[in-house]
Design a protein around this ligand. Sequence first.
Ligand SMILES: *Cc1c(COP(=O)(O)O)cnc(C)c1O
Length: 460
Amino acid sequence: MSRFAHPAGDRHAEMLPQERPPLAPADLNRINPAIWPRTSTRTDGALTVGGVDVRDLAREYGTPLYVLDEDDVRSRMRDYATAFAGSEVHYAGKAFLCKEIVRWLEAEGLGLDVASNGELAVALSVGFPAERITMHGNNKSVAELTRALEAGVGHIVVDSYDEIARLGYLAEQHGKRPKVMIRVTTGVEAHTHEFIATAHDDQKFGLSLNTGAAAEAVRRILALPQLELVGLHSHIGSQIVDTAGFEVAARRLTALLVQIKDEHGVVLPELDLGGGYGIAYVEGDEAPDIKQLADSLREIVAKVCVDAGLPVPRLTVEPGRTVVGPGGITLYEVGTIKDVEGLRTYVSIDGGMSDNVRTALYGAEYTAALVSRASDAEPMLSRLVGKHCESGDIIVRDFHLPADLAPGDLIAVAATGAYCRSLASNYNYLPRPAVVAVSNGASRVIMQGETEDDLLRGQL
Ligand SMILES: *Cc1c(COP(=O)(O)O)cnc(C)c1O
């Protein structure tokens, strides 16, 4: 089975608010387990995650606050390790990285992708084994390549001719022979249900299959004895719920593997299909099951290689969002509530695009709820907005909150574990919020919130 079943149909949020099925007050109190962290429940009306009441979290740590359900995240790490046993799972650190996450990865047996010296430093600072790290990036600096070589990272994914020459020179200087993969642009681009098989080559990542650049990169690497070419890499998109695009990409990569074998007599032993698997952000979103995904991807790779007369390479996958996304929520306190007559109610919270830029950046959708109490008030069409000086500072564009919402209430936004803290900024000099892990009724800070001193540090 190479496709995940999905309704051909619409996403909830593509409907205008007035076209949606009418909501009852009880719907607003519902904590959908497909969207919220695995340990979420409503107890006495308030949301509890990891056995900790969010009102206690807000009291102890303040708001805004990133809350990570440790059991949720670690169970997803374990699910990947189990489902992909015999293959490699490299968590894409850009989704969210800190020392504690690295410790969890190590304990659960996953590898790690980094894309800068900063990300590499986080991993090395807690003794993560360098051979389980892959370094990515379309413009790795000499300092980054040098650090990667010195640390002895497991793989470096090269992304340009310049980099091949640069890495060859540095490897020789340092007396190293790194394992390298080539980032190949396959012409496949996928998002949610859709993929296109003829994506243009007009983008910064990778070496094109279509133009012959990937094959030329192979020639250049094989000509450098100080580089060990071990495989091909491709990453086709994000928030993908269907494996059809991976199948086309795998087929195209395999055709290149055949070409390499014919031209150079070399059989590359590894194939990295990247990440990009989707999670549920709003009602009706689908999220691929990890076990099914693993079976499907492995079946695809085995099939295309057998068809091509090649041995099946070692498969690597690079999930980011699916590992940390669903286990995270962001907790905010309601400040001002502004009813714009006849339109909607603007609910302002004490954070915004500085702690979650995804809605402003690319129209992401989220589920949010009143979580400090249950309410049986009527649904009120709302827009959740931040406190920044931008009218695009929106967290949730259209959703319903109970009409008795009041300043001081707590609102949580679900599925914010990925690409929120990692993309956070200090816009308007807001300090970036703390990240707190919750598990078994206890909470602890895994990343401190910034203070005013942090904001002023380094200014002359
Ligand atoms: C971003 C990225 C990933 C992870 O993507 P997710 O959508 O978070 O799963 C994996 N590999 C590469 C090369 C990436 O750039």
